[in-house]
Design a protein around this ligand. Sequence first.
Ligand SMILES: N=c1c2ncn([C@@H]3O[C@H](COP(=O)(O)OP(=O)(O)OP(=O)(O)O)[C@@H](O)[C@H]3O)c2ncn1[C@@H]1O[C@H](COP(=O)(O)O)[C@@H](O)[C@H]1O
Length: 94
Amino acid sequence: MTCQVLEKLEGVIRRRIAEGNPQSYTYRLYSSGIPAVARKVGEEAVEVAVAALSEGRERVVAEAADLLYHLLVLLNSLGLSLADVCGELERRMK
Ligand SMILES: N=c1c2ncn([C@@H]3O[C@H](COP(=O)(O)OP(=O)(O)OP(=O)(O)O)[C@@H](O)[C@H]3O)c2ncn1[C@@H]1O[C@H](COP(=O)(O)O)[C@@H](O)[C@H]1O
């Protein structure tokens, strides 16, 4: 399993937002606005840190997955994409 799944997930997130279906958590989150999505990303990041300190590897993996999903929704809300972040990482490569 590679992180190609992130690109796939980004595509699903874009589709859910474009469809505008209120049954979609992604659409509801996106509709709550950038400050709310940003706050959610902050909460998820704290949950990763807490898990790392006391909850074991499985919880860290689960919380990190939550964080990546919410981060993708935030990037999309800002008109940014995974490609923008990957481009920045490429530029930093030594
Ligand atoms: N990867 C995820 C994913 N990770 C986490 N979550 C949701 O994120 C929410 C936040 O979890 P929390 O632990 O913070 O709990 P919570 O109290 O319910 O959250 P809030 O109500 O406070 O926002 C939960 O409802 C999770 O289900 C996700 N929801 C969706 N996806 C992906 O997005 C796709 C589209 O989902 P829908 O938009 O629901 O169709 C899915 O097929 C998945 O691939």
